[in-house]
Design a protein around this ligand. Structure first.
Ligand code: CMP
Length: 831
């Protein structure tokens, strides 16, 4: 039950605070987890003028005085604050010291919100942003009135000093004074052909580009700034910055921003510079990122990575890693999966750097240059191989099947290089087929016109609708509040949670980003020692549930759907959602049970105490009862799964059932244009192309050719189903050491599925053997979702060494499971 302090009153208050009125229930409940109650005695100072700011405060009860003192005057009361009002926001926004002292007039209670969460809320919630800006604008209006007076006075003085120049040339000189340095590049970016004339005009009024430029520029700038006043000068600065950006003078623009603007603007501009084509040089980016604080860069992964690079180059690896973890936290809270992935890769890179530096292999910063060189060579190698393969495909007189194979090779090389996104390589493939006459446009785009593609589209849509409805968040809370006592059961529940989320959240990265922070919260609430035996068991249990078990469901992940799409028509028709589940279930049971036994045997956890409940109760109270939309989406999901189960009997196919589910989600408003735009279009386009590849390979007779080639190999000896399935699994484990997950499954399916009938097994067995072994983590960077799982748990649940030992055991367990299940599959008529 809620305690007296953070009980119903706190919950009612939170919904009334103007700052929070723009937040939905789910966001407010998320935020409530970070609000810490603070009791205050009468006369106590909550914040003192001049101190640095770290938190925002909401008055829950009591009366508070806002007091300002200046060099000339003692403390003056400027405002009085009561329940529901907020203070402490200014220092957080401006990064300047506290502008006032806030003292308790009476005894009271405050809710303290840490700076990161406040800024994160502002960046995501326009309503909250508006509430803050309204308050600040009122104060600004008063200041502006005073400024206009001084502007008029100083303007006259400046006019006298510059009156000899014609108006347009004077304007150019005034613009130039905004620059930090009168470099040729900067003047050209700013004035184009008129650059030389501006330089001459500047020297006429005594500012020479080759003289003590900075001092002269600075004094002119101060005069202009003084005469124009802050607001007009800001407009001038903005205009000059824009022109510098347009002329690609990023360093000059950043120098101006570093001097004139606040840290948030500098961070925003640096983000723009890093995303420009071509981007700013890393050394420059490091310089500017080094001037920012960690708090400034948390919401922009590019800038956070640049700052981490700057810190790592100075040898501050711990700081770099801590910064990236915080940025990852922000990305996870906002559900930004691609950014979370990039940040976890960054964390892995920083740890490698740190290990290298500790071993004395590279001087700090030396690695960056070496790595760039290696990347350039690697890219050149990949591009050459791609071009050669395309040329082979385009050789005059080449037969369609061989051109097809050469083009596919080119696309796979390009995808492995990661120089372009997968979808772009896929679209290139389609263009190649059509241009070389291998397929007509309708055949080349056949994958997109298939039920499989529609099915995947609908699945991703349903997953997006579910994630937006708040159902998952509520489920997570329920989970934390009902956790069983024993650690083994907790690990089981965490593992099962990941598995149960699988049909709802088909991306394993997204699942890992949901369950691992939850597991970390559990471990923290139970006060488990970091990377101790118990924490490792919980963390690895959660990872297994959210990642490697994806083969349990037909829509367990994009990879799973991709393999399904590559099955021959007969197998695909046979493997409906339920048939897949039934055929995969024994393997899932063997590896789940086995994994739990292994975890207990390897980590031998101790007994622990229950987690405190007050905070979860407050979160539940804020969340309130399930909204009609949540109830509706739960009903839609249940009906969709029932529809999949009943599909063969009601004469519908999986795609139509999923599409009906998605349309229902559209009807209740859970899947709107924003959700549609937020779908993983990179994967969806890539998936369409992969389906076309499978269909074209069959049209061109490549499956028969492969089967014939292998059949002739097996004339004297044909492997039995068990040996074959194990061979596929071992090949997959080996290939995964060099090639990424989707490509392994794509290549494995294309080459091994045609062999299955020769050996006398259903092609689905090839697919399940590939999928069960396709999530690997022997090396930290093998699987993105593993990297994310480790980073999302802030490396505090398990170390990579612990996970690596478990990876070996897990792989052996999977091989054993596959071997054991062959008799079951034979019984099903699949072997
Ligand atoms: P900050 O500068 O972080 O710390 C002192 C806080 O007092 C400030 O944020 C505002 O929240 C608050 N404050 C400052 N001036 C006023 C004012 N004139 N009226 C109301 N609140 C104020």
């Amino acid at each position: 039950m809620p305690d007296a302090a953070a009980g119903p009153s706190a919950e009612a208050l939170l919904t009334r605070v103007p700052l929070f009125t723009g937040l939905g229930r789910v966001e407010l409940a998320r935020l409530a987890a970070h609000l810490e109650p603070v009791d205050v005695e009468p006369g106590a100072d909550v914040i003192r003028q001049g101190d640095p700011g770290a938190s925002l405060y909401v008055v829950e009860r009591g009366v508070f005085a806002v007091l300002v003192s200046t060099a000339q005057s003692a403390e003056t009361r400027v405002a009085t604050l009561a329940a529901g009002e907020v203070f402490g926001e200014m220092a957080l926004l401006t990064d300047e010291p506290r502008s006032a002292t806030v003292r308790a007039d009476t005894a009271g209670r405050l809710l303290r919100l840490p700076r990161d969460r406040f800024l994160e809320m502002l960046s995501r919630e326009p309503g909250a942003f508006l509430a803050v800006t309204t308050t600040l604008s009122r104060r600004l209006a008063a200041r502006n009135a005073a400024q206009i007076e001084s502007e008029q006075y100083l303007g006259a003085a400046l006019e006298r000093a510059l009156h000899d120049l014609p108006a347009d040339r004077r304007a150019a000189v005034l613009d130039a004074c905004v620059l930090d340095e009168l470099s040729d590049d900067a003047l050209r970016a700013l004035f184009g052909a008129a650059a030389d004339r501006v330089r001459t005009d500047l020297s006429t009024i005594g500012i020479h580009a080759d003289g003590p430029t900075r001092a002269g520029l600075r004094s002119l700038r101060h005069r202009v700034q003084g005469s124009e006043g802050g607001a007009a000068f800001d407009v001038r600065v903005a205009r000059v910055t824009e022109r510098l950006i347009a002329g690609r003078g990023w360093d000059d623009a950043l120098a101006v921003a570093a001097r004139e603007a606040g840290h948030p603007q500098l961070a925003a501009l640096l983000g723009q510079a890093l995303r420009a084509v071509p981007p700013i040089e890393p050394e420059s980016a490091y310089r500017w990122a080094g001037q920012l604080s960690d708090d400034d860069v948390l919401r922009d992964s590019d800038v956070a990575l640049a700052r981490a690079g700057a810190l790592a180059a100075r040898g501050e690896h711990t700081g770099a890693s801590a910064l990236l973890r915080r940025a990852l936290g922000v990305a996870l809270v906002s559900g930004d999966e691609p950014e979370a992935l990039r940040l976890s890769e960054g964390i892995a890179r920083v740890s490698e750097d740190a290990a290298d530096a500790a071993n004395g292999r590279v001087a700090p910063g030396g690695r960056a240059a070496g790595a760039r060189m290696r990347r350039t060579w690697r890219a050149a190698g990949f591009v050459t191989a791609t071009v050669l393969l395309v040329l082979v495909a385009a050789l005059p007189g080449a037969a369609s099947p061989s051109s097809f194979v050469a083009l596919l090779g080119a696309a796979i090389v390009l995808m492995t290089s990661r120089l372009v996104p997968n979808f772009a390589a896929g679209l290139g493939l389609i263009a190649g087929w059509v241009l070389l006459g291998i397929a007509k446009p309708a055949e080349a785009l056949g994958g997109f016109a298939s039920k499989e593609w529609l099915f995947v589209l609908a699945i991703y849509g349903l997953a997006a609708a579910t994630a937006r409805s708040g159902v998952l968040f509520r489920a997570g809370l329920l989970f934390v509040s009902r956790l069983p006592q024993r650690l083994v059961w907790q690990a089981t529940v965490l593992l099962a949670t990941g598995v149960m989320l699988t049909p709802l959240v088909p991306s394993s990265t997204a699942r890992a980003s949901l369950t691992l922070p939850l597991t970390l919260a559990v471990a923290e609430a139970l006060r488990l020692p970091e990377r101790g035996r118990s924490a490792a068991m919980l963390g690895l249990g959660a990872w297994i549930g959210s990642g490697p078990l994806m083969f349990a469901f037909l829509n367990g992940s994009g990879t799973c759907l991709l393999a399904w799409g590559l099955l021959p028509d007969a197998s695909r028709a046979r493997f409906t959602w339920t048939a897949w589940l039934a055929a995969a279930a024994p393997l899932v049971i063997v590896v789940c049970g086995g994994a739990l036994l292994l975890l207990v045997a390897m980590f031998r956890p101790e007994r622990v105490e229950r987690a405190p409940r007050e905070r979860v109760d407050l979160q539940f109270a804020v969340l309130g009862p399930p909204s009609p939309r949540e109830v509706a989406i739960i009903a839609i999901l249940c009906l969709t799964v029932l529809g999949w189960i009943a599909a063969p009997w009601i004469g519908l196919d999986l795609a139509t059932v999923a599409l009906l589910g998605l349309l229902a989600a559209v009807a209740i408003g859970a899947f709107d244009t924003r959700a549609f735009q937020g779908l993983d279009w990179d994967f969806l386009l890539f998936f369409g192309v992969v389906l076309s590849i499978g269909k074209l390979a069959v049209t061109l007779g490549l499956d028969r050719a492969a089967a014939w080639a292998v059949g002739s190999l097996f004339t004297t000896w044909t492997p039995g189903p068990t040996v074959f399935v194990l061979a596929v699994a071992v090949i997959s484990v080996g290939v995964r050491l060099v090639i990424e997950q989707d490509l392994t499954v794509l290549l494995g399916s294309l080459t091994l599925i045609p062999v299955a009938p020769v050996v006398g097994v259903d092609p689905w067995l090839v697919v399940i053997a590939l999928l069960a072994t396709s999530v690997a983590w022997f090396l930290p960077s093998q699987t993105p979702s593993y990297l994310l799982a480790q980073a999302a748990s802030e490396n505090r649940l398990f170390s990579h060494a612990q996970a690596q030992r478990f990876a070996v055991a897990w792989t052996l367990l999977t091989l054993l499971g596959l071997a054991l299940c062959v008799s079951y599959w034979r019984w099903l008529g699949l072997a």
